[in-house]
Write a protein that binds this ligand. Structure first.
Ligand code: GLN
Length: 425
């Protein structure tokens, strides 16, 4: 166990004797299924759940020779931005005392930042790889929707999420992406990238000469002053290496957080229906009434944030309100996608701060879910548009808090964001 509570389970899983990751340890977020090793999703509901099969990404890690040192701590079912909603206790930020590590893949970013694993896998529904990478001063990639198999990932919001790498450098993250990317017969949403030949790691050559960067002004508005300063310093660094930048407009992103939370909660309310103590989860007992039994299991097994989201998602999908909330959110999603596509016609990549704020103080956001949701302003639009994005360390605030720079690329443009990001980290 680590002092900062990075792992929920620290059981070692050995991979093949050789392969591209034979010398590496790769920690795995605890919502990714590992055969014979419990997979809790940070929830009391799945405290004792041991999957009978490996997620496709875990199979690929093992085939590549990786050693999995354990399952990392996370916000319950991936719902959070600070890794404080885990039933196994909060994770501390190993590089910023008293601060949160970001979430929901906070354990994965923390073990990499602390050097307790070489690499890690996280999952990103609305920023959960990029946010903790930014807050812990490491690199995180959220792949294009469909590049990486979700088979064996316990679903939070299927239409938004992807598994992706967290690593100390862009090249390391790209090496891990090489291992996990590619179609999977168990996940019909996966597809072959148009440029599937060749490795992502080879794209990490740091060459940004002639790169055109679009900066969406909307993603700087309202961000913390020091974060914005650090962001511009990193952009100047890219400019000095031959890149150029211009401002772009993404008017729709104003509605992205609202649309994201309506869609994510709606999908969550449906996905989490299976945790009733009969199909999955801790039993709620039975004294002649199954409704009571299900209610007991869910009352005891789920934490507050998860309950809040199931209730709101059920409401948004209910017959009388479906058109007012869910359908509207889908319209906003289409608009966000269109804005990104247009902005990417005149730019190779888009750049913004990954998070509008530096890592929050521990405990600060727990009583204020709305403020926590708003911290996802820059990451959630990318999931709505199903695009790839990377967070790389941009520098630090005056008080030494890590700041991340986010680069967004066109669909299956992983190589572009990897190349650009590798000029900084
Ligand atoms: N913070 C966002 C949420 O709570 C993102 C979570 C995620 O990407 N899993 O939904």
């Amino acid at each position: 166990m680590t002092a900062y509570n990075g792992y929920i389970t620290d059981e070692t899983i050995e991979g093949a004797d050789d392969g591209p990751l034979a010398a590496k340890t790769v920690a795995v977020k605890d919502n990714i299924s590992t055969e014979g090793v419990r997979t809790t999703c940070g929830s009391a509901m799945l405290d004792e759940y041991v999957p009978p099969y490996d997620a496709t990404v875990v199979e690929r890690l093992k085939d590549a020779g990786a050693t999995i040192p354990g399952k990392t701590n996370m916000d319950e079912f991936g719902m959070g931005t600070t890794t404080e909603t885990s039933a196994f206790g909060p994770v501390e930020n190993p590089v910023a005392e008293g601060r949160v590590p970001g979430g929901s893949s906070g354990g994965s970013a923390a073990v990499v930042a602390a050097g307790d694993a070489d690499l890690a896998l996280g999952s990103d529904t609305g920023g959960s790889i990029r946010c903790p990478a930014a807050f812990c001063g490491v690199v995180g990639i959220k792949p294009t929707y469909g590049l990486v198999s979700r088979y064996g990932l316990v679903a939070y919001a299927n239409s938004l999420e992807q598994i992706g790498p967290i690593a100390p450098t862009v090249e390391d993250a790209a090496e891990l992406l090489d291992v996990i990317a590619g179609p999977d017969e168990h996940d019909a949403t996966t597809q072959e990238a148009p440029d599937a030949d060749g490795s992502y790691a080879a794209a990490a050559d740091g060459d940004v000469d002639g790169l055109s960067i679009g900066v969406p002004t909307e993603l700087l508005d309202g961000a913390d002053e020091e974060v914005v300063e650090t962001f511009w310093t990193a952009l100047d660094d890219l400019e000095a290496q031959g890149a150029s930048y211009h401002e772009v407009d993404l008017p729709s992103v104003e509605h992205a957080v609202e649309a994201y939370y309506v869609i994510a909660m709606s999908e969550a309310s449906s996905n989490l229906a299976r945790f009733d103590g009969v199909r999955y989860g801790q039993s709620g007992g039975y004294d002649g009434n199954w409704n009571d039994s299900f209610a007991n299991a869910r009352e005891e097994g789920f934490g507050e944030e998860v309950k809040r989201r199931i209730l709101l998602g059920t409401y948004a999908l209910s017959a009388g309100y479906h058109d007012k909330y869910y359908k509207k959110a889908q319209d906003a999603r289409a608009w966000v996608k269109q804005d990104f596509d247009e902005a990417l016609e005149d730019a190779d990549v888009l750049a913004s701060p990954t998070m509008p704020v530096p890592p929050m103080e521990r405990g600060e956001s727990l009583d204020d879910p709305l403020t926590m949701y708003l911290a996802d302003a820059n990451t959630t639009p990318v999931n709505l548009a199903n695009l790839p994005a990377i967070s790389v360390p941009a520098g630090e605030t005056d008080t030494g808090l890590p700041v991340g720079l986010q680069l967004v690329g066109p669909a299956f443009g992983e190589r572009e964001i990897i190349r650009a990001g590798s000029a900084l980290a």
